[in-house]
Design a protein around this ligand. Structure first.
Ligand code: SAH
Length: 341
């Protein structure tokens, strides 16, 4: 797909098609604005004909708005794959939460994305399109981009689709594209250790977010199968490496599950393992997923836990819940189109 290509690669493509050089910028700009081929008026029909099979196309098969302004869309690609993306409106700007895979094979016990396993990886362009789609519907143009932040926290495990995800990061941060700064991008992972090192070594400096959810391996193994592959100690070592290379404070996600990881002992242990690290803990009362029988703690309890962590010297906040009424909240993304939407 053409949207997988960066500007240099588009220039080569245009040359190989025997078209004038300046067409590359016209094509690239049109894609950045998420224009369909029909909507591009400055390219000749003969050129469009040459690229039509490789140009992107998608359908919006669901578009839901939450009472709090959060918006979730489901985009369907030509092969039938459906991805969900969420727009979150904050005072400082608009954040798009993108999916990186169709489904997920990580199998976390509390997460809806993993219910049917992994269907397939998304290509760089398919991840980018989620950002460009929202930029388009918000009325963004080339000088005034409406999407300011991106979080890789939708369906899928970004570091299980490393090559495509890093190419996406390259595309989404390109100055001649939508140009979102790495500082405004967060990548969330359940902790695929070798790829954390790789991300740092490949020169990326996005905010790294680790889905920790437990302070020790034995508890973590009961809710996150990936804990059988990598120990928390190894994850923390990789985080230290990432911090040393990038100077970016690491964020730890901790979804609070009633009676599972919310005890005083757990919280003390959490503070102990994170002590001395430049990091932040994001507490999220678990959002209920009907197929899973785990329940979230009350918000009040989450604030109490945040206070305890702060007292022990760990920076912590409770994540705002947004879009819960449209299943756009953390861990709630799923594929129900054609099912019981
Ligand atoms: N695979 C990546 C990206 C998912 S991001 C990762 O594991 O980080 C989504 C975040 O929401 C992760 O921290 C995930 O563990 C968390 N999450 C999943 N299901 C949830 C739920 N039902 N309630 C709250 N958080 C959940």
């Amino acid at each position: 797909m053409i949207l997988d290509l960066d500007f240099g690669e588009i220039q080569s493509l245009v040359a190989s098609l025997g078209e004038e050089k300046y067409r590359a910028k016209q094509l690239f700009d049109a894609m950045t604005l998420a224009k369909s081929l029909d909507e591009i008026s400055n390219l000749p029909a003969s050129f469009k004909e040459k690229i039509k099979d490789d140009y992107f196309s998608y359908q919006v098969v669901a578009d839901l708005k939450s009472a709090d302004g959060t918006q979730k869309v489901a985009l369907k690609f030509p092969d039938g794959a459906i991805v969900e993306s969420v727009l979150l409106k904050y005072k400082y700007g608009n954040t798009v939460c993108v999916s990186t895979q169709v489904g997920c094979r990580m199998g976390c016990k509390f997460c809806a994305s993993t219910l049917n396993g992994l269907v397939r990886n998304l290509t760089p362009g398919e991840i980018l399109l989620q950002v460009l789609h929202f930029n388009k519907i918000l009325g963004g143009d080339l000088k005034n981009r409406k999407v300011t932040n991106v979080v890789l926290m939708g369906c899928g495990e970004p570091l299980d689709n490393y090559e495509n995800v890093t190419k996406f990061l390259h595309l989404v941060t390109s100055e001649n594209g939508i140009n979102i700064s790495q500082r405004n991008i967060s990548l969330s992972t359940c902790g695929i250790v070798p790829n954390i090192y790789k991300l740092a070594d490949d020169g990326f400096s996005v905010t790294l977010t680790i889905s920790l959810h437990a302070p020790n391996d034995s508890l973590r193994k009961t809710i996150m199968p990936i804990a059988n592959a990598y120990k928390i100690e190894e994850i923390l070592k990789a985080c230290d490496y990432y911090f040393d290379k990038t100077g970016r404070r690491i964020c730890f996600e901790y979804s609070l599950i009633e009676g599972v990881n919310d005890t005083d002992d757990c919280i003390k242990e959490l503070a102990k393992i994170l002590k001395g690290r430049s990091c932040h803990v994001n507490l999220i009362p678990l959002n209920s997923v009907k197929e899973k029988n785990l329940i979230g703690v009350a918000r009040k309890k989450a604030y109490v836990i945040a206070g305890k962590l702060e007292k022990m010297g760990i920076s912590a906040t409770v994540r705002r819940t947004m879009g819960e009424d449209i299943e756009g909240a953390c861990g709630q993304l799923r594929n129900r189109i054609g099912d019981d939407v």
